[in-house]
Design a protein around this ligand. Sequence first.
Ligand SMILES: [Zn+2]
Ligand SMILES: [Zn+2]
Length: 298
Amino acid sequence: MSEQGPSLAAVTADTAVPSLAPVPPGGRGRPGGCSAPGGASRGLSWPELEGLVRLQAASLSAPPAGRAGLTGGGSDARGRCLVCRGPSDGRARCFQCELHEQCAAGSLADVVVPVAYAVKGGSHARRLWQYKSPGPAAAAAAVLLRALLLVFLRDHRACVCRAAGMPAGPTHLAVVPTARSRPGQHPLRALLAPYLSCRWAHLVARPVPWRGRDLDPARFEAAPLPGARVLLLDDTWTTGASAQSAAMALRRAGARRVATVILGRHVGRAGVTAPPAGFGPRELPFQPGTCAVHAGPG
Ligand SMILES: [Zn+2]
Ligand SMILES: [Zn+2]
């Protein structure tokens, strides 16, 4: 179950990382904006975090750069959904994203950016499960996932925000709540909160009956967010129903823009061992210097 390469034994889950400003540099102290964390923190340096990304990079696959389709049109050449970048059987959107569009066009996230694919049976999918499960592998999985997301947000936050029509950056962060309310902070928020100083939107799961994988505007509830620009984070996208229901709740609360970043876009059907061809590290290698909506320097 362990990664190949350098040992992670020396890395602890509570090791601090450098300050990260999930907003443009001009956002510091701006009213209504996000501010960069203050004070020095002890622990891993950015080069060390980048090392942790390199450690897992060879086992990751990710959507290649390309903004095509964010405004409509056909699917890309390899049959990836233009919304979630998952398998789309040659259509513009996968079945679920098409359904969401038909049900709730205009209420969904402005952009969805998976950091990587969580290929069924692969190490990234395993870590996304391990980090929030009890067990000895949880801490190492958490350290790797946190490094991956922090470095991604440092390097590609501007691409994501530009693609979402919020070039000035987010005013709020949010994490998609777990469907079944559980006590305590969401594991992803607990992982990131010490290192992201942007304000967190109040977004909670409502005590409504569990409706499985359906898009459900009543599933989540957010405190008023008039005119907000929200960077919405989630660990895994399977059907997208949770993340898109959360985006709907944020919009209902007044958010003007919602950009969704997903650590792993699930690929592979339950009960089917082999993932769809074309989504593995060999076909779509993860490249830290680019992202699905990469806009390049400037
Ligand atoms: Zn899709
Ligand atoms: Zn980018």
